[in-house]
Ligand binder design. Sequence first.
Ligand code: C2G
Length: 130
Amino acid sequence: VKKVITYGTFDLLHHGHVNLLRRAKELGDYLIVGVTSSDFDKNRGKINVKQSLMDRIEAVKALGIADEVIPEEYYGQKIDDIRNYDVDIFAIGSDWRGHFDYLNEYCEVVYLDRTEGISSTQLREGGHHI
Ligand code: C2G
């Protein structure tokens, strides 16, 4: 079984997130999604997230794409998760290109092209939800 892991905030879930999760899932047989906790987001400077961790986890689960959804709560958790879940591929959007190359020591790192024209920031500012 080829295991893929990806992480994100997934605030106000939109089709950019859905595309990313579908393509991440296609890289393997089993997809684990790490959803950032509110504290973790605050610590990395994301202070305006609208939805609670529980709501964001429920929204990701409801898509039915992920085989497992877990909270991401601390720096360094990615390495622990990759080891503990025996992950083969770490996938993330291309806005992070280069940033997670250090994980190549533990598994394959894949950057997936971001969907243009949609973002949580835009939705938080009152843009339209598609
Ligand atoms: N994404 C995308 N297209 C968009 C918007 C987002 O492909 N138009 C992708 C991002 O690249 C990311 C995922 O959707 O892979 C989740 O995005 P966010 O909710 O913004 O989360 P992010 O801050 O990228 O979390 O540990 C957390 C991770 O490091 C990244």
